[in-house]
Write a protein that binds this ligand. Structure first.
Ligand SMILES: *Cc1c(COP(=O)(O)O)cnc(C)c1O
Length: 384
């Protein structure tokens, strides 16, 4: 039985959208003819326009990846000293602080949104604090209004990491309207991608102009280099990929929405298992499907479920375990103390991301959910 199961094709948590190759080739012919491969060519310009329209935002700068975009964002906002952030995220959201010579200050998360608990932010502000780096984790919007008022009262800037929130809307408006700057990642694992890529969204053309200088070595023109910049430019091949993937996003979201309904149907009524949902006023972008496993009700731990799925070649992911504050490079910071981050710890022990991409078959969803339930009933004893 186990041997047969293992022969089945592995299922991963996501699968990148891949445009029709003939169309990619067709577009690449234009690039070949132009002999321009980077430095803000025609494809870059086109993608920038298309993304501004899709996301309904005023100003957007493309980047070679989301991490560089975050680093440029921190610098463009003049952040230094200490920045308050979440330990419940992908490593990049804290590493960019460290790489910029900024001390990360971890703040616990709120149990509903899983983002920075705004009620706990103020107590962490010191004379060295210059900003807040919030992450719209799993596409759940941060407590943006509360964070904005804290920032206003204390003279702080806000940079949002929206790597999981491409196209997320709150009350009918883009999530990128919040904060001073918002970063999107276009890595292959993200809903919309350019293989690698990213963007910064801001609210005024002056800031966009500064960001565009920063991502191109500070070069204003042939003879003027006006600031110490970096190379954060998206190239023409990435921009071609992005244009074609963007055409597929709405359809992919619809398919994922349907899959979410299937998962819900299979798992509802199972004690101790809960599909995490986004708030009512939010249009979810369908980046992840997250279940919360409460061991005391379910009768098996998240880790037990994870291992059972893995034995059957289903690669669910424990996002975000371990917490960033537990990495050896951060665990000695005063704010990394486990006692100060109880909710982040609890969620890191309970949450599991399940396979979630448009082409996932309903039979696979059924199989995944059966395996999960079998942990509860002790039918899968786990031995190989
Ligand atoms: C993917 C991701 C990033 C990094 O983006 P890259 O484009 O891979 O550099 C940053 N933050 C979060 C939360 C992410 O999921």
């Amino acid at each position: 039985m186990e041997v047969i199961a293992e022969a089945i094709e592995p299922l991963y948590v996501t699968r990148p959208l891949l445009p029709d190759m003939a169309r990619v080739t067709e577009k690449l012919k234009t690039v070949w003819a132009s002999q321009v491969l980077s430095n803000g060519g025609e494809q870059h310009l086109l993608l920038e326009q298309q993304l501004k329209a899709f996301l309904n935002v005023p100003e957007l700068s493309l980047f070679n990846n989301g991490t560089t975009a975050l680093m440029v964002g921190l610098r463009a906002l003049g952040l230094q000293g200490e920045v308050i952030t979440t330990p419940f995220s992908f490593p990049a959201s804290t590493h960019v602080l460290s790489w910029s010579g900024i001390t990360p200050v971890f703040c616990d998360i709120d149990p509903v949104s899983l983002t920075l608990d705004a009620a706990k932010v103020e107590a962490l502000i010191t004379p060295r604090t210059t900003g807040i780096l919030g992450v719209h984790v799993y596409g759940n919007p941060c407590q943006c209004d509360a964070l904005a008022s804290i920032a206003n009262q204390n003279g702080l800037r806000i940079l949002y990491d929206a790597a999981h929130a491409f196209g997320t809307e709150v009350n009918g408006r883009s999530i990128a309207e919040y904060g001073d700057l918002t970063m999107f990642s276009f890595h292959a694992t993200k809903l919309f991608h350019c293989a690698e890529g990213g963007a910064l969204v801001c609210h005024n053309p002056e800031l966009k102009a500064r960001i565009d200088l920063m991502k191109n070595f500070g070069i204003r023109n042939e003879f003027d280099v006006v600031m110490p910049g970096i190379n954060g430019k998206m190239n023409e091949l990435q921009a071609v990929m992005g244009q074609l993937v963007l055409e597929m996003v709405r359809d992919e979201q619809a398919k994922r929405k349907h899959l979410r309904q299937q998962y819900t149907a299979y798992l509802q009524g199972v004690d101790g298992i809960r599909l995490r949902a986004v708030p009512n006023n939010t249009r979810d972008c369908q980046q992840y499907l997250v279940v919360e496993i409460d061991e005391s009700l379910f009768g098996a731990s998240r880790d037990a479920v994870f291992l059972t799925l893995r034995r059957h070649n289903i690669h669910a992911r424990k996002y975000f375990y371990p917490l960033i504050s537990d990495y050896p490079c951060y665990r000695d910071l005063p704010s990394a103390s486990p006692a100060a981050l109880p909710m982040a710890r609890l969620m890191a022990s309970r949450l599991l991301c399940l396979p979630f991409y448009g082409d996932l078959a309903e039979t696979s969803v059924a199989r995944i959910c059966e395996l999960i339930q079998s942990c509860q009933q002790g039918r899968v004893n786990g031995g190989r």
